[in-house]
Design a protein around this ligand. Sequence first.
Ligand code: HT7
Ligand code: ZN
Length: 876
Amino acid sequence: GEIIHLEDYQPTDFVLERVDLTFELDPLETKVEARLIFHRREGVAADRPLVLDGDELKMTGLLLDQEPIAAEDYTETGETLTIRGLPDSAPFEITVTTELSPQTNTKLMGLYRTNDVYCTQCEAEGFRRITFFPDRPDVLAVYTVNIIADKATVPLLLSNGNFLGGAGMGDGRHFAAWFDPHPKPSYLFALVAGDLGVVEDSFTTLSGREVVLKIYVEHGKEPRAAYAMDALKRSMRWDEEVFGREYDLDIFMIVAVSDFNMGAMENKGLNVFNDKYVLADPETATDQDYANIEAIIAHEYFHNWTGNRITCRDWFQLCLKEGLTVYRDHQFSADQRSRAVKRIAEVRHLKAEQFPEDGGPLAHPVRPTRYREINNFYTTTVYEKGSEVTGMIATLLGPDLFKAGMDLYFDRHDGQAVTIEDFIRCFEEASGRDLTQFSLWYHQAGTPLVSASGTYDASRQTFTLQLEQTVPPTPGQSTKQPVHIPLRFALISEDGTITEASSVSGAEVTGDVLHLVERSQSVTFEGIASRPVVSLNRGFSAPINLHFEKSSADRAQIARFETDLFARWQALNDMALDALVAATASVRAGTPVVCDQALIDALMATVSDDALEPAFRAQALALPSESDIAREIGRDNDPDAIFAARREIMTAIATAGRETFAGLFETMRSTEAFSPDAASAGRRALRNSALAYLVLAENAPTRAVEAFSAADNMTDLSQALTILVHRFPDTPEATAALESFQTRFADNALVLDKWFTVQATIPGAATLERVETLMAHPLFNGLNPNRVRALVGTFAFSNPTGFNRADGKGYRFLARQILDIDPRNPQLAARILTSMRSWRSLESGRAEHARAALSEIAAGAKLSPDVSDIVERTLK
Ligand code: HT7
Ligand code: ZN
């Protein structure tokens, strides 16, 4: 594939007015008729042809105003259909007929089949696999869709918008017609047809309109859609109350399918979901599953305004809808649950996924300017960093001006396809603030590094904070400008109270927000009575790396007294990270690991503090991961040393806190019936962390075995299984528990994914052979993306010691898998391949093995554009 550049953007020569589609569904020979009404855009020369996009299409007919087009007036290649000699200004109708084979479409883009259900996925460029079309997001049209299929086997016929009507056709077939009055780009088109069960409900909007809600799932699974329905109604209400956005059709439908490349898709009025993010009940779903369902249901629903009503001009603007919608779903979850705990989870995720991307070969700006394969830009940078950037606008402007900017955006751009510049302009106009420098966050890749140090002058009663920022070089961007960094902060005095300065110089400070705008800034606070401890980047107000050396005592002071709970967690986590990095150095030097007593004291004080919510205490106990430690060390990493160091630190904490953990394991036990609410989930989280430490302290599987037998919900069951199997992998106890889990859930593929994942993430080199054996297991299905991610994906992404085996066999295994998956599902292959993105920070032996495996992939015959793009950038 060639490279697409933002600067080459041009509007289309022809304006699409209306789309009429007719589908005659058949597994191998689906007929599609597309009637497209166009007119030439004003000012476009009369000899300009109409160029439509296509991808692997078989065209069986082509008409202009119902008349065949002469062979010399059109050219069809696999990828484009060019039609010449079209009317100058009058509207005209093009009718294209194509024939598709949904049953053999394994890419899961366009029209495909999953469990005998017909289903489409059109974002980003899937519509061109259905018919020849101007398949780009700035082409908005009104669609009518007719679907015809066998009535007995395909009783359900769905598409976007409102239902017009349907009937039997007297030949065993039936049809249904749908009309979507909202102009939309092709990527939001959807069709679903098959035999599914349904859960129905309704929602009355604030203005009193009644909306029918339907969630379609496989027959028999209806009870497992109840939580998703509840989350949907809460999302609809929340968007009305917080963003003033109402739903705009008579019906909103969600369909759960089992073969899907991503989490879900926001097609207008007809969202399609990976069933993993719809189905839940206490016996089969963990608390994390419930939280994911709530967040993704909300995310897709929120797209109705941020994405669908206002969409992207081109795919470079993907963060316009994705960053903003992630921001909105984060705010929703924070309101539904504990804001601080939600923020901690977000930051953990951001650092674990986005920071490595931004610091490696695949780094790109939130708003990129070039791409080879757009599917490879559905990244954590576009989504999560995009959300952080939106959050910084809210921090800079404050809640009222942020809201005014959002209202202006909805008002001004409803029904349009716009750019990030249009979005930013709304906030500039609403606030009167110049966001030129701030916009660099969209255009410069790389995580800014802020170095801070403080000096207290007792005689003058002043405190000076010295701040420096650098944005590291990234591929294609060697030099960077300083960015506008909103740093929320607090000065904590010796007695633990928060001190306000009588005046500040050297930076703009509004409320608790300090504006860092220069490369280097010296900020002086006056009227400070004693040496303060600075808590910087409260609430993670900016997505930066912060280097601020502090003593354990100072960190402990923040952990104890900050009023921002996130900052308390951050202080504990920083202490733990210091200890873990030091421990790793000891392991590599062959000297004994000693655990900082201040860390143990601060952790135990936090976990024993009953005034703190259990979910927060559980977050405190969850130490930085092996990859967090590797990222902090940054180079020459030895995953085995990191693992050993982390195990030793955890054991030291476990030993010191053994009684506390035993107490928590009892007091956090639930006596009530299972509820997925955040408070109950928090108690389970704390109890299960206590269990993990207890098992380490006791160095025996007994307690995990008991917890496994006693569990009455999937959270406790899967946690007990993980603790047991990861700590004592080859014991009869672990084998028996795995066996019992597999037997019990043999008919539930989503639960078996947990069983595959638990085993794929067992620490140590031996896991590779286990994964290879599991791939031949009768319950594994290499054609289903969820199965592949559960086994191969988690092995590569979440098993540092197994995947990074010193002999390089983990990488070679991955190379084989990528080459095997790529021909049938390039998106899935490319996604899993990004697990190699940090290979250059490994010690040289492993790095050489990784490079060899990447080169093996690069040398593969007939690579997809998806995989070749990732492999080439990763190797560069
Ligand atoms: N907007 C959706 C993106 C998506 C997607 C992209 C490429 C290929 C398959 C896909 N399925 C869904 C999901 C979202 O962000 O809401
Ligand atoms: Zn989205």
